[in-house]
Design a protein around this ligand. Structure first.
Ligand SMILES: [Zn+2]
Length: 353
């Protein structure tokens, strides 16, 4: 996540494997978005068949926390653009997308390299759903939360979602140079939407999905936040400002796509706070804190998109290694797995299941 301008909002006074999520999550699995009733928390009934032909809920249950953590641990080392580990992570994205059967492109633009995988839809291939996270980071910081978590999440979502066909086309991506100003995502959106005329229906953006703190008063909000989100601030107050939720920052046009996510999150026992951004404000500099990741590149061209985030420095002191290493050991992997699973289920629905 790129650096924020803390005064922005204030001036407004004018959100397949066996039992990957653990017993608690699996047994809490409910909801009307899929047939969760057959899922057993022993894992014995969740086999490869359900991961390759199952319902969105069954796909969601195929998310494997251990695979996510292994990738997170590999990625979380300094990887500023052009560095050796930046290249290794780029190669990881390329190799995984290839292994999972995507048509993979190294999208080289003026200053960087995105890795993009495409799986064509069976009925409406012109309609695209993009699931992604940025893989670059600032120099000298491991960036476990920012954004090794989001990159590893995109890889695990790609693995699970790749296992079956959808009416719409699935695009998975690792963006470059987010930390330099959403450069990679903007290059992609320009080439795809403006250049090729692609019809992108929605972008799922993983941006820092690893840190939680359930202590009271561990969550802060941008100045002026209550002016735009009074109900959500009441929700935070009622929860004693615990930093235990995923923020779901979506533009108004993306609200229909995001509703299933909220249902899956509830089923997994994942606290989620929905932050709908008014259409006439989504590209305003007044909302800079809500535009600090690659989803904003989509908003700029009126493509609906969501940022799924732990809210960065509003909860996490080690954002950009400000007060210490942004380290894997500080992260909440169960939380991340629930975010990924909820996204997989909802993304499968957005792909036309
Ligand atoms: Zn960042």
């Amino acid at each position: 996540m790129i650096l924020g301008l803390s005064v922005a909002l204030a001036s407004l006074s004018t959100g397949c494997k066996d039992d990957p999520l653990g017993d608690e999550a699996a047994s809490a699995s409910t909801g009307d978005s899929g047939s969760a009733d057959t899922h057993a928390d022993t894992g014995t009934e969740t086999g490869d068949a359900q991961c390759s032909s199952g319902t969105p809920q069954e796909l969601a249950d195929c998310v494997d926390r251990d695979r996510y953590v292994a990738d997170l641990e590999f990625i979380a080392q300094p990887r500023d653009p052009g560095s050796a580990h930046w290249q290794e992570v780029q190669d990881l994205c390329f190799d995984r997308f290839t292994e999972y059967g995507f048509d993979v492109e190294l999208h080289t633009y003026a200053t960087g390299v995105n890795v993009i995988g495409t799986k064509l839809g069976t009925e409406n291939p012109e309609q695209r759903i993009v699931v992604a996270g940025h893989y670059d980071h600032i120099p000298g910081c491991n960036g476990a939360d920012d954004n090794a978590s989001g990159t590893a999440a995109a890889l695990e979502a790609a693995r699970v979602l790749s296992q079956r066909d959808y009416p719409r086309t699935l695009v998975v991506a690792c963006w470059d140079e987010e930390e330099l100003g959403l450069v990679g995502a903007e290059a992609y959106v320009d080439a795809a939407v403006v250049g090729a005329g692609d019809q992108i229906l929605f972008n799922w953006n993983f941006e820092m999905i690893g840190f939680t703190d359930d202590a009271p008063d561990s969550q802060t909000v941008p100045d002026g936040f209550e002016l735009l989100f009074p109900d959500q601030v009441q929700e935070l107050e009622a929860n004693q400002y615990r930093g235990d939720f995923v923020a779901v920052v979506v533009d108004e046009d993306g609200m229909a796509m995001i509703q299933p996510f909220m249902t899956y999150a509830e089923g997994y026992g994942l606290p989620a706070v929905l932050l709908p951004v008014p259409a006439d404000l989504k590209n305003s500099p007044l909302l800079a804190d809500l535009r600090r990741s690659d989803h904003a590149a989509f908003w700029e061209l009126d493509v609906p998109a969501v940022m799924l985030t732990d809210t960065s420095e509003f909860r996490y002191a080690n954002y950009h290694c400000a007060t210490g290493e942004d380290a894997v050991e500080l992260l909440d992997h169960e939380f991340s797995a629930k975010v990924i699973a909820s996204t997989v289920g909802a993304a499968a629905e957005s792909l036309g299941l």
